[in-house]
Design a protein. Structure first.
Length: 323
């Protein structure tokens, strides 16, 4: 009887794939695009925590401001009659502006003052900053949806083979967003392991006191790392802006997902953050297409299941506490 049920399960599975195959394929493509944007924010959050040891809730606001800024710059470019292809450099310029302007300002004026305080106070301060930046977004861009469709429309769609069928999918989501995320992953891993500056950041992350005693300017490293992390969050928002409408609250949903990615991967893990982002992005997307009521739960279910088995995350290592 058991063998009959097992044998009968294969045809049922093939029938299910036949009925839902295209939806599953579309969910995978959407999930990978979503994972790319989440990874950009999560890896920046990981860098900031590694150096400052502060979980920065306001990191999600930098994502949102990057998205809004990219939309504004693109709209200004279109209004000025400039070529449409310039909308792609505008995405990078928007992220750089947000990182260079807000990064040092937040780190020097606010976070530097609380870096030696209790973690609860640090969390409350960054949450307060998040709320302030949410109101700033409403003051500048209002509460109506803001779109940035030019980069996606310019590339159009491509047909992705899937079995005997094809799936029409936007070229921007298929190539540009995952491509930049992959370049960021490879470039960041190389930078941290192969360059002097990267090794200095690793040294400060591993043991700030020892690094300082060796003549490393930890304060300068902290500011540069936070600025870079802020730019990565803003770049994630800028790259995601053509795929969705910007509305108040997008920063909140993004930072919660980023926390889930960081916790799943393990703090300080770059490659791990990429894998965790793919897991969570695919999980959410598949749920949206097949079981929409589970879409909100899936990221945290994945996180909880991982943490139950490995409390330090998939690739995290257990740290010893110095007393």
């Amino acid at each position: 009887m058991g063998h009959a049920r097992a044998a009968g399960g294969v045809p049922r599975m093939m029938e299910w794939l036949s009925d839902n195959g295209l939806l599953l394929g579309l969910a995978v493509l959407d999930g990978l695009a979503s994972a790319a944007a989440i990874f950009m924010v999560a890896v920046g959050l990981n860098l900031v925590f590694g150096v400052l040891r502060i979980l920065n809730v306001a990191h999600g606001s930098l994502y949102a401001i990057g998205a809004y800024t990219a939309a504004s710059l693109t709209a200004a470019m279109v209004a000025a009659g400039l070529p449409a292809w310039l909308s792609y450099p505008m995405l990078v310029i928007a992220a750089a502006l947000v990182g260079v302007i807000l990064g040092p300002l937040i780190e020097r004026v606010l976070l530097k003052r609380v870096e030696t305080q209790e973690p609860v106070l640090q969390l409350l301060v960054t949450f307060a900053l998040f709320m302030i930046l949410e109101d700033v977004q409403k003051l500048i861009w209002g509460v109506q949806p803001v779109s940035n469709e030019t980069p996606m429309q310019l590339l159009g769609t491509v047909d992705v083979p899937f079995g005997a069928d094809v799936i029409p999918f936007t070229a921007y989501q298929l190539f540009v967003l995952p491509g930049i995320a992959l370049l960021t992953l490879v470039g960041l891993a190389w930078f941290m392991r192969r360059t002097l500056t990267g090794r200095v950041i690793v040294a400060v992350t591993t043991d700030r006191e020892a690094a300082t005693s060796q003549g490393i300017d930890a304060a300068k490293v902290t500011m540069l790392t936070f600025t870079f992390g802020a730019a990565l969050a803003a770049l994630g928002g800028a790259l995601a802006s053509p795929m969705t409408s910007m509305v108040p609250g997008i920063g909140a949903s993004t930072i919660v997902l980023s926390f889930a990615v960081v916790a799943t991967a393990g703090l300080g893990q770059i490659e791990g953050a990429a894998l965790a982002a793919v897991m969570i992005g695919l999980g959410r997307s598949i749920a949206v297409y097949l079981e929409p009521e589970l879409e909100v739960v899936i990221p945290y279910l994945i996180m909880v299941l991982v943490l139950l088995v490995r409390p330090q995350g998939l690739f995290g290592v257990t740290e010893t506490r110095r007393i």
